[in-house]
Design a protein around this ligand. Structure first.
Ligand SMILES: N[C@@H]1[C@@H](O)[C@H](O)[C@@H](COP(=O)(O)O)O[C@@H]1O
Length: 289
């Protein structure tokens, strides 16, 4: 896997957004062969979405042939509640770009049969041929989507009870009142995320430093579900300097040096892209996998 370290949140956001844009452009999606993108909510991806909107406004990126699947949604929160993930996605991304509403997939946390809703979500992902690139964020306890500590690393989309720590962390969006935070959610599984052909996780802030260290320096462990990315053939974590606080200096230096060498070989604009793989297959394989 790759660890890309950038100075701060803004630099991380720009890097990830540019990467997503380049991947989409390279894929050259069409109506019959859309680019399928998995998306997270939370504060981590807001800056990425801001940049993607800018790219769209500059005419550099169209969402016409992009199909999206969101990671998760609260159970029981009305769809138009300002803190529903449905509202979040339209507010921060979808309403600013040319995505076709029928190409947006967000779990319905008010479905009559929640298990069926989850099952259908997986079927819809399969029907479009799987997810090309899954973007993710993590909670301070290393959970990806709502796959709380102890979740099966093979899990699929399902109903989850939220950990107390997650409820506390998310209370900031609910007037800092933990009683207002839903305690159930629908979430893609760790297996659903890891089935994507590429996974990119954004980790920023000192409060996520321990989770980053567990993800990068320790073994695959269901108590830090993001660590499953270690098994992915094309996994990338993009973090800021603050998030590296618990990493060994040698780990940070290692990933920085490897990125530098790689950039010298294929240029910073191509880092990680398929074009890079084609031109420098051996180098890219060593670097990425
Ligand atoms: N279900 C979401 C996760 O998908 C998200 O990654 C996490 C972190 O949020 P933030 O990016 O705001 O720290 O929050 C929630 O738990």
């Amino acid at each position: 896997m790759r660890l890309v370290i950038r100075q701060d949140y803004d630099a991380v956001s720009y890097h990830v957004a540019k990467y997503v844009k380049e991947r989409i452009k390279e894929f050259a999606p069409t109506a019959n062969n859309p680019f399928v993108l998995g998306l997270p909510t939370g504060s981590s991806p807001v800056g990425v979405y801001r940049n993607l909107v800018k790219f769209h406004q500059n005419g550099e990126l169209s969402f016409k042939h992009i199909v999206t699947f969101n990671m998760d949604e609260y159970v029981g929160l009305p769809r138009d509640h300002p803190e529903s993930y449905h509202s979040f996605m339209w507010k921060h991304l979808f309403k600013h770009v040319d995505i076709l509403p029928e190409n947006v997939h967000i779990l319905d946390g008010n479905a009559k049969d929640l298990d069926l809703e989850c099952h259908r979500f997986e079927e819809k992902i399969d029907a479009v041929g799987g997810i090309e690139l899954f973007l993710g964020g993590i909670g301070p306890d290393g959970h990806i989507a709502f796959n709380e500590p102890g979740s099966s690393l093979n899990s699929r989309t399902r109903v989850k009870t939220l950990a107390y720590e997650t409820i506390v962390a998310n209370a900031r969006f609910f007037d800092n009142d933990i009683t207002k935070v839903p305690n159930l959610a629908l979430t893609v599984g760790v297996g659903t995320v890891m089935d994507a052909r590429e996974v990119c996780v954004i980790i920023t802030g000192a409060h996520k430093a321990l989770a980053l260290a567990k993800c990068i320096e320790e073994g695959v462990n269901h108590m830090w579900t993001v660590s499953a990315i270690q098994l992915h053939p094309r996994g990338m974590v993009v973090c800021d300097e603050d998030a590296t606080l618990e990493l060994h200096v040698k780990t940070v230096n290692y990933f920085k040096s490897i990125e530098k060498v790689h950039e010298q070989l294929i240029g910073s604009d191509n880092v990680g892209l398929q074009g890079g793989v084609r031109s420098w297959r051996g180098v890219e394989a060593t670097y990425h996998q």
